[in-house]
Design a binder for this molecule. Sequence first.
Ligand SMILES: [Cu+2]
Length: 205
Amino acid sequence: MTDSDSAVTRRRVLQGSAGAGAAAAGIGGFAAGGAAQSASIDDWLGDVSNYDGVRDETGSSEVTVDVGVDANGGAYGFGPAAVRVDPGTTVTFEWVSNTHNVAVESQPDSADWGGVEEINNEGYTDSHTFETAGVYTYFCSPHRAMGMKGAVVVGDADVGGAASGGIDWGNLGVLGAGFALGIGLLMPFVRRALDPSPHNPNTHE
Ligand SMILES: [Cu+2]
């Protein structure tokens, strides 16, 4: 009961976010909708050890998600945990270890993905073509508590976060710091190159 209540809440959050993202995209916006959406997908995958942003697989007509990769303290991960694909992309879920399923947590209103409710073992595969744009979240029933959860983002829904193909200001900051450090380290050589006189600049004049 608590579980389904929180599922409903989560669905509302996701749907609200999708709307905001669409509006932001419509006006060429970038900032406002992103925070809420980032919060929703980061909420869902916040305790997933192998989630490091949404992997961009747009441009591929077929994408594979491994079921039961090493993560979350055992063979309890989806690999990748979150992936972005174009509408119409066929995603194949491929079991690489035992006793997992793919249970749908939330999906866009008009979508009808059934997931794979039954528990399956290594070697099992199931494919689904994702036609409806939006955010799909899912989990493995036996290992949900360990953090075996995933997401498929279809189309250009803005989910914020790191690796969604947008500008990553966090990484730019790191790059900027590295650049500044590099310049700092190079300065003595630059000065030496610019000053052909053989003596030490510290004893100058
Ligand atoms: Cu599992």
